[in-house]
Each structure stands twice: as structure tokens, then as C-alpha cells.
Design a protein around this ligand. Structure first.
Ligand code: PLP
Length: 479
């Protein structure tokens, strides 16, 4: 007799168990026994990732037919990871080589992720946790293996501590509605900081409007760093929750989350850390940081869009109430009463984004194979180089000069508007963000409405930065 399987209980069924159930269920198919062994994916072996980073002047990896466009100054590369990212060979705006410096908006995907998605749809596609057949076993195993990869990647104690969501925005809304809102009375307080993305402001405003709670905002200094003493001064007996970014998408500031967390806990308040901009650039360990909640988006770490993860400690996941109702999150339903599954299933109503969760797992495998410390070290050097070169451009002002920064090098020019600058660079094939980057309060702190924002990933090169800086010199000379 095949019974519904709860994949979050101890004694998780193995692929072999599921396959043997499937064989029991379909005994007639003896000629083609079902097997659970999913073949390994070509290209997913760590050896294929060229892990050795050596900033040498070795020849570029571009294939000959992708040589730099005629007439365009070429952002050539000796960065061997680039060959894993086919889109970096694209031509834009009439044949110019693409210079992708819009990584804070979204990162590009390596072949290993693209192929993993394709493999999933070719060989594994099924709904999960239901139906004892071979494809249900394959897709469930791939989906749950990806959950375990997320847990391992961020240092969570177990896959049970990971909830699938669409991304950071949905994750913050989940925590706001499922955990914080039921705990608020009129006059209670939530602490944010001045450098937050709108995704970490608006969900709290919705909760505050519904409950009569109040938002308190920790200020930042002229460098874009949170003023710790002012942050601590905001705590009162009414403080019920804290939510802060790990890295600011507008300023690049790395916030001292371990310290912010210790202060919040000293005052009895749980804390959420928005990891949208940190997870691809810094090694993150949620247990070591001591945070209660941590959220991130797959597309900011070389994975697919439409998938992200919420980490919560056992205590907060247990305490939080279901966010949405439907299939998959229930243990038993009658018209009178429904019993919910344990977490994380109780937060995952309906069919999840299975393929993209699996793709995110492949992205994390890829990042691990490249090496997180190596990525952080390479990007740190490249960001230092970028800031130094940008400072040499006449009339350029860097926005966000924190001592600890990652990936982002936002600036404004005194000679040209943000829109003019963005358009000029785009015409040369340089993709970056020119606008408010969903962080209007952070901009207004510096008397601005917008900025030009190059943001780096480990596949970017010094040559690309030189290309950007030369283009800016050309632009500023024109006025
Ligand atoms: N938080 C920060 C710091 C971000 O940079 C972003 C996106 O840019 C988000 C939240 C929202 O992420 P998503 O749009 O993937 O939900």
C-alpha cells in the first residue's frame, strides 16, 4: 500500500525506496524496470569549472568567431570563468561586445545551470511529493537535494530550515505576514536602516498599516555605514523586530550583521537579514551570524529567476503561522478544521517552482566549485581597482564609500545626468543600472534621486573596467 510521504520527517525515503515503491505499483512493467539512478549531468563535474584563478596576461578565452567587434575598443579578458557564461559573448547595439556590469540587478547563468534546467525537463519533470512513480521520485529527489544544497551553502543546520519562495521580495513578505504581523500590537516598533532596498521597506509599511506598529529607521553616515550607536538607541521595550540588508544594493556597504544581530538579541528582538546582495559575493554562514531569518534570490547568484530561499531557525519557523493556504502544506483537511504540515511545508502551499529550485542547486554547486573565498578575494581586488579608476574621472563622485564594500561602485557625474550617462554607456555595449535602484531613501540621504551603478561579479575583468572608464572619459570630455 502506498501512503502519502512526508518528506520533512526523519526517515526521508531514498531514491531506491521510491523506485521500489514505484516498481511495486507498476509490476506489469517488468520488461523495463524502473530505476532511480539519475545519470550525472555533463559539465557539472567540478573539474570542468577551471577553478584555478590566476590573474595573468594569458590569452583570452573568447572563441575566434567571438573576437571583439570591429571598430570597438575591446574589453578583452583573461578571466577563465567567462567561458562558462555564453551570454558574455553576446554583441549588442550594432555588434559591440557586451560588458555586463548590472550584476546587482541580476547575474548571468553559467552553462552548468542552463544545462541542468534542460536536463530536468528532459528527464525528471513531475510534480513532487505526490504519486509514487519514477519521475515523481526523480523530481522530488532533485528538488529536496537542492534544498539541502541551499542549507549547506548558507550554513543552516538542516534542509528543514529552508523554505522555497520566488525570491527575496516574497521571502521578506512571508516573514512580515507569517511571523511578525501576528505578534504586533498598535505602537510596537520595527527597526530598519536607511540603506534598505524597497523590498525591505514596503512589506513592513504594509504590516505597520495593518497593525498600528511604527517603523524606526537607523541612520547611515556620509560613507554609507550604519551608525551603530544610533541603531542601538532606537531599541525600546516596544521593539518587536529588526530587518536589515547584509549588503546595500545602492551603496555596496557590507553591514556588520553579526553585531547588529547581537544588539537586536540583547534587546529581545528577532532579526531578518536581506542577503540579496551578499550571498553571491561573500561566504555566508547563518548559524555563525546568529540571525533568525535570512533571505536571498536565486537570480542574484547565477541561478534562475522565480526562485529564492528563506532560512529560519527552528524556533521562528515553528512559531510562524502559515502564509498561504492550499495543497502541499496540509496534513489533514476537513471543512471544520485543517492540520498543517510541519515547516517548511506549511509555508509552501501549491506546486513550487521545482525546475528552478533544481537550477539554483546547480548554481550553488558551481559557486562552490569556483570557490567562495576565491570569488570574494577576486571581487575585492576588482572593486578596489574599479573605485580607484573611477576616482580618476573628472567630476565623478562615488556614492557609498564605506570601508567594507562589495560589488557596487555607484557614482554620479557633475557634467552629465544619470540618464545621459546610462544612455551613452549603453550605446557602447556597457550594461549597468542608471536610476534609483529601488533604494530611494538611500539616495536621498546623499541629496540624490538616482545614480549610475556598475556592479561586479567574478566574471568581470579589469579590461571591462578600463573600457568603462575610457567611455566615461570620452563622455566627460564632450562637455
Ligand atoms: N534586497 C536587495 C538588497 C536587493 O538588491 C534586491 C534586488 O535588487 C531585493 C531585495 C529584491 O530582490 P528580488 O527582486 O529578487 O526579490
Amino acid at each position: 500500500m502506498i501512503t502519502p510521504t512526508n518528506f520533512y520527517q526523519p526517515g526521508l525515503p531514498t531514491a531506491e525506496q521510491l523506485a521500489s515503491w514505484a516498481n511495486a505499483y507498476f509490476p506489469a512493467d517488468a520488461a523495463a524496470p524502473l530505476t532511480s539512478a539519475a545519470p550525472s549531468i555533463a559539465g557539472l563535474s567540478p573539474a570542468a569549472f577551471s577553478p584555478e584563478y590566476a590573474p595573468t596576461s594569458a590569452p583570452l578565452n573568447y572563441a575566434a568567431d567571438r573576437a571583439p567587434a570591429i571598430g570597438a575598443a575591446a574589453p578583452v579578458s583573461h578571466n577563465e570563468w567567462r567561458k562558462d557564461f555564453p551570454i558574455l559573448n553576446e554583441r549588442v547595439n550594432g555588434g559591440k561586445p557586451l560588458v555586463w556590469l548590472d550584476n546587482a540587478a541580476t547575474t548571468q547563468r553559467p552553462l552548468q545551470v542552463i544545462e541542468r534546467l534542460s536536463y530536468y525537463y528532459k528527464h525528471e519533470n513531475s510534480n513532487v511529493h505526490r504519486g509514487a512513480h519514477e519521475l515523481a521520485a526523480r523530481s522530488t529527489n532533485a528538488y529536496e537535494a537542492a534544498r539541502q544544497k541551499v542549507a549547506d551553502f548558507i550554513g543552516a543546520p538542516s534542509a528543514k530550515n529552508i523554505v522555497w519562495v520566488r525570491g527575496t521580495t516574497e521571502g521578506i513578505n512571508l516573514v512580515a505576514q507569517a511571523f511578525v504581523r501576528p505578534r504586533l500590537q498598535a505602537g510596537d516598533e520595527i527597526i530598519l536602516t536607511e540603506l534598505e532596498h524597497h523590498a525591505n521597506i514596503v512589506p513592513w509599511q504594509l504590516v505597520a498599516a495593518a497593525t498600528g506598529a511604527v517603523l524606526r529607521v537607523a541612520p547611515i553616515n556620509d560613507a554609507g555605514e550604519i551608525i551603530l550607536s544610533a541603531y542601538e538607541n532606537l531599541f525600546t521595550p516596544r521593539t518587536k523586530f529588526v530587518s536589515v540588508a547584509h549588503v546595500s544594493n545602492a551603496l555596496g556597504t557590507i553591514t556588520p550583521v553579526a553585531e547588529l544581530t547581537a544588539i537586536a538579541h540583547r534587546h529581545g528582538a528577532p532579526i531578518l537579514v536581506d542577503g540579496a546582495q551578499s550571498v553571491a559575493h561573500l561566504p555566508v554562514n547563518v548559524a555563525a551570524l546568529g540571525v533568525d531569518w535570512f533571505v536571498f534570490s536565486g537570480h542574484k547568484i547565477f541561478g534562475p529567476t522565480g526562485i529564492g530561499a528563506v532560512y529560519g531557525t527552528d524556533a521562528v519557523l515553528k512559531a510562524a503561522e502559515p502564509y498561504q493556504g492550499g495543497g502541499n502544506m496540509i496534513a489533514d483537511v476537513t471543512f471544520e478544521k485543517t492540520q498543517y504540515q510541519e515547516y517548511p511545508a506549511k509555508f509552501e502551499a501549491g506546486t513550487g517552482n521545482i525546475a528552478d529550485a533544481v537550477g539554483l542547486g546547480a548554481a550553488l554547486d558551481y559557486v562552490n566549485a569556483v570557490g567562495r573565498e576565491k570569488i570574494a578575494a577576486y571581487e575585492h581586488q576588482l572593486l578596489g581597482y574599479t573605485l580607484e579608476k573611477l576616482r580618476g574621472v573628472k567630476g565623478l563622485r562615488i556614492i557609498g564609500t564605506a570601508k567594507e564594500k562589495a560589488s557596487v561602485a555607484a557614482f554620479v557625474l557633475d557634467s552629465h545626468s544619470v540618464e545621459e550617462t546610462g544612455k551613452f554607456l549603453s550605446e557602447r555595449g556597457i550594461a549597468l543600472r542608471a536610476g534609483h535602484h529601488c533604494a530611494q531613501p538611500a539616495h536621498r540621504r546623499f541629496g540624490l534621486e538616482s545614480s549610475v551603478r556598475p556592479s561586479l561579479a567574478f566574471y568581470n575583468t579589469r579590461e571591462e573596467i578600463d573600457f568603462l572608464v575610457n567611455a566615461l572619459r570620452e563622455l566627460t570630455r564632450s562637455r
